[in-house]
Design a protein around this ligand. Structure first.
Ligand SMILES: C[S@@+](CC[C@H](N)C(=O)[O-])C[C@H]1O[C@@H](n2cnc3c(N)ncnc32)[C@H](O)[C@@H]1O
Length: 198
């Protein structure tokens, strides 16, 4: 067995033992431990939420006074005390629903969006960056001033340009790779702080 597979297995086992729907849950958990993105009472929008691992972490962190809104093309098993919107993030009804449910006050946008991967690194990178741009467009509509965002991206040629775009909207943009993310994976997470819409 390869080392990378053993790390994947380790987090898969942990997720099963601790009742998380995905091993990705540990990535958000580690990001939150380092950067305190999620706080009690926050309203969180989780884009690309299926099967719901990140939503479970978010729900725990925001507590009963907070709100968690998950969006995905795929249907998810209902998760108590959360809202779910099934749809493509490019669709207007998705944005409208988020605004309605959140009362136009979103504290944090989370995006773990992934395209269907083809195995062609450059193609997958381009598709993923395109998805992230859509997530940023959506954030520009729903996120409150001084809000935060976390965007998963696939590394490659187009990343620098995206970071430049993000820096026009957020005062601070930090690139990080949590321990739960395999080293061989091209994914990296952009922690975006202090949203400034102008
Ligand atoms: C890696 S999974 C997310 C895992 C999730 N964070 C968790 O912990 O359970 C990525 C998700 O992005 C979703 N996705 C991809 N393109 C999308 C789009 N245009 N609109 C909404 N969801 C999309 C996929 O359906 C997939 O479920």
């Amino acid at each position: 067995m390869k080392l990378t597979d053993s790390k994947k297995d380790q987090f898969r086992r942990l997720a099963r033992d601790q009742g998380y729907r995905s091993r990705s849950a540990f990535k958000l958990k580690q990001i939150n431990q380092s950067y305190r993105i999620l706080n009690k009472g926050d309203c969180i929008v989780d884009i690309g939420c299926a099967p719901g691992g990140w939503m479970q972490i978010a729900l725990h962190e925001v507590g009963t006074k907070g709100k968690v809104i998950g969006v995905d093309i795929k249907k998810i098993e209902p998760l108590s005390n959360t809202f779910n919107i099934q749809g493509n993030i490019e669709d207007e009804h998705v944005t409208d629903n988020i605004l309605k449910i959140s009362n136009s006050c979103v504290d944090v946008v989370l995006s773990d969006l992934s395209p269907n991967v083809s195995g062609n690194w450059e193609l997958d990178h381009a598709r993923q960056i395109d998805l992230t741009r859509n997530a940023l467009r959506l954030s520009n509509i729903v996120l409150k001033k001084r809000g935060k965002a976390v965007f998963k991206v696939f590394q490659g040629d187009m990343l620098n340009e995206l970071v430049v775009e993000l820096k026009k909207k957020f005062k601070k943009v930090i690139l990080t790779k949590p321990n739960a993310s395999r080293q061989v994976s091209s994914e990296i997470y952009l922690i975006c702080l202090d949203y400034n819409p102008i």
